[in-house]
Design a protein around this ligand. Sequence first.
Ligand code: BGC
Length: 737
Amino acid sequence: MSNEQIQQKVEALLAQMTLEEKAAQMVQVPYTVAGREESLRWARLGAGSFLHVLGDDAREVQQTALKESRLGIPVIFGIDAIHGHGLNQDAAIFPSQLACACSWDPAVAEEMGRVTAREVATDGLHWTFSPVCCLGRDTRWGRIDETFGEDPYLSGEMTYGIVRGYQGDSLDAPDSILACAKHYIGYGEAVGARDAVDTQMTYRKMKEVFVPPFQRAVDAGCATFMTAYGSIDGTPFTADPKTMKTILRDEMGFDGFVVTDWNNCQSLLTQQFVAADIGEASILSAEAGNDMMMTTLDFYDAAIRAVREGRLDEKVLDDAVRHILTVKFRMDLFGKPEKAGIPGCIGCEEHRQAAYRAGQRSITLLKNNGALPLRDVKKVAVIGQNADDIQSQYGDWTYLTHPNSETARPPRRPYVTVKEGFEQLCEAHGAQCVYHHGCAVRPLPPEVIAMIEGPVLADPVAENIRQQSMRRMPPRDDIPGAVAAAKDADAIVLVVGDTIDQHGEYKDRGNLDLSGEQMALYRALRALNIPLTVVLVSSKPLCIGEIAETADAVIVAFNGGQYGGLAVAEAAFGVFNPSGRLPITFPAHSGQLPVYYNSLPGWHGGRYMDLPRTPVYAFGEGMGYAPFSYANLVFDAAALTASVDVTNAGDVPGTEVVQVYMHDLVASVIRPVKQLIAFTRVDLAPGETKTVTFRLRREDFSLVNREEKRIVEPGEFDLFIGHSSRDEDLLRTRFAL
Ligand code: BGC
């Protein structure tokens, strides 16, 4: 259908809709909260969308809407399928967005999006609340794992890839789903990285730093946006027409529909106190440009009343409904209300292979003094709770963390933990593999343990929680046991990290040191003087300065998905040559935060007197088993082409991620000390040299000026090309534009 035909259909349908039906179309019902009966009632009223409902329950809602609502407008179902269709127990589970970003490869994101779309569509659903385009600049934030890291450009390229993957070539394809760029905007920039509080933001900063990844979502055709919980200079984003209309629609060119985040409309009243009642909150939300209200069911009555009382123009509702219906027609929902998907594809071999490849590509080797790859080992000791904890390996937003029912669901095979990966690889290499958990990643206080292990509780809810906690009891610390298991090994692999209880919504951390006795465990194992590799299975960078200094090798896996553990073992044994690079900085200390490479220059050293200036690992860092060297940086300023010779100086094939940064020497606003503007992956055989050429654009050197306009200011620039964001890894040339 052409755009004109769609618009005609939208107008014809809108003309038939009553005020009530328009208000209902703007409501998104949380199935798990509302329950079945209430959800079906909303379907009859003509609610526009439902979230968190799968399979037959979703089908029942859809059939009710089609057959029992007056106009039979199909509903769209949204779900948080953010690294695979993870809330479905059978789905292929991919690495988290952060882990995926370590690939520095939009094609990996695209494949993850494609597989997810097929699986979500096969469940009859239409829409994933993904990707997260927020930047992860202050790693105390609980949702760092959901981001593509700290950099606007890398995050934008990965966003572009994943949105293309979700939406495919056409929204009406049986296996395409709607993407949702979230959380627009600045969610990660909350003060002190405290989830969902006030945001450190101005419009200029917003446009320069935070809009670019969202702009790439728009460029990729992203059909929906979700708003953020935060605020700008005292105005909640939910109530800010400049953010939602002027910037998003007029400047960025977005033409889909906007959904609020969880209860944002109601929160204007209950959390942010800028509305006296739900009527005011509904008027503010609708007028600001929120087309659909996630979970604020009271919006329905309030909006109807506000229109009847003349406090809200019905045209505001018309616009919102237009946006929603346009997307529904573009999806051909009226012809095919249920996505067909690809029957039988959920968790199929092909999809699991894609998750496996993504897991390999996310492995980032940060240090290696020759301990890796493992060779001629007779016995490998794998130590650490996270070496054998599938929930930690999966991370957030899977059926293990967001169960639909009261009882936690047991992990479903196939998956491979780090321990199991080493068992497989050791067997193949004729080596013995021993495992010991060593200590709890996050030990519970003694009184909590006593309660969990105590007598049955009278209150059924408390008893249910007790039983669930019992199933998830962290192991008891036993460092001597781990030392005994490891003492005659040829190599030790210690897995450290965090657990699902230490990240996610409401779970920001002020202290990113390794929790529990993990450092004591490390030191005890280090004292054995056996080659020691430390692996991080975590949601985010943690403070591992001492480990970075004294371990023999360091691998970052983050939340690597169902085969993340196998990928770690294969990387360690050199089955493949790891090529991940950090999309985010590793701080030396929690007190250093926020720390990111593209900071603004300032006086007085820009450091705390009692902390180092530099991070432990910088943005862009990562190595493989072959070193790369750079030479002959040539830049043609007229053509804006840069080339450089990259050589694999090692004896195994390897992949280098060639990174291009720029710095604007003098500008009307303060520019970052360095800004990534391009990158590419290059495969190199041992000894091979390739000339890598980048075609840059003038916009790559642009800034957002004080009038909030993106412009290119003439002047001198430095161009850097090399291996990471560290100065010592970069060749530099200066030119005038
Ligand atoms: C989160 C969103 C998510 C939504 C629906 C909110 O609490 O902030 O990221 O998409 O819930 O589950």
